[in-house]
Design a protein around this ligand. Structure first.
Ligand code: ABF
Length: 254
């Protein structure tokens, strides 16, 4: 098990009943406390990360942060950051980032993550793999005992070419875990059109009846299929976890 080097928590007034979005915002604002002027920052994607990016934009506008360079993990985040006048770059130009802040779909006790249910995962993994510190921000609903075991999707980005072949290979690989592989369909627009990622790929969502055993071995096995671009398990990448709940906000460092 991962050694948790330190943790801290602070309480919220007990009478408050907070929405899930308010909890996401609390976690996001806490993470932005780790941001300092002159940092190169990975900017995450999703409704939790959005709050952090808004806050960074606000602090830049107020002059409380200066000389920040943001590296967006999706086209959506790129647009949000542009609208907030956050200076942007990429990992071609800045291959080492000081810090990244992003949400997650699931977090296990060792800070392993499932990501990509919102559609982003490849750029997130490329960028967050270059960070000295990777701060994950969640409300407590994202905490699980075992990633991929929640009955919810484990997303896998695949090339569109013969995606059914790749989906079948993934089902076969995890047949002992009762895997069902489904092509993600566009949420809006044409109901029968596949969801297309920022990179022009498709997403296959894997659903398991049982756990898949060793996460790293499972991830490596998926990557051996030529049609698989990347999977949504982020193993041993997070360095800090911020969890907001009705009880308060907790910060854990690895
Ligand atoms: C993105 O945000 C995705 O990897 C993940 O699916 C999602 C979490 O979204 P939210 O913060 O909206 O719950 O980083």
């Amino acid at each position: 098990p991962t050694a948790i080097m330190s943790s801290s928590s602070s309480s919220l007034p007990p009478q408050l009943i907070l929405t899930q979005d308010e909890l996401k915002k609390i976690a996001a604002y806490k993470a932005v406390e780790f941001v300092e002027s002159n940092m190169v920052l990975g900017l995450g994607t999703g409704s939790t990360a959005k709050h952090a990016i808004d806050r960074i934009g606000e602090l830049l506008k107020q002059g409380k942060l200066t000389n920040i360079i943001g590296i967006p993990t999706s086209t959506k985040t790129h647009e949000q950051a542009l609208s907030l006048n956050i200076p942007l770059s990429d990992i071609d130009t800045h291959p080492v980032l000081d810090l990244a802040i992003d949400g997650a779909d699931e977090v296990d006790p060792d800070m392993n993550l499932v990501k990509g249910r919102g559609g982003s995962l490849l750029r997130e993994k490329m960028i967050e793999g270059c960070c000295k510190k990777f701060v994950v921000i969640v409300d407590e609903s994202k905490l699980v005992d075992y990633v991929g075991g929640s009955g919810l999707a484990l997303p896998v980005e695949v090339v569109p070419f013969c995606w059914k072949f790749t989906a079948n290979k993934l089902e076969e690989l995890f047949c002992d875990a009762g895997c069902v592989a489904k092509l993600r369909i566009n949420a809006d627009g044409n109901k029968n059109a596949p969801y297309v990622t920022d990179n022009g790929n498709y997403i296959i969502d894997l659903y398991f009846k049982k756990d898949i055993g060793d996460l790293k071995a499972a991830g490596d096995a998926m990557l051996r299929f030529a049609g698989v671009v990347e999977h949504g398990m982020f193993i041993d990448m997070a360095t800090t976890l911020i969890v907001a709940s009705e009880m308060g906000v907790t910060v854990r460092h690895k």
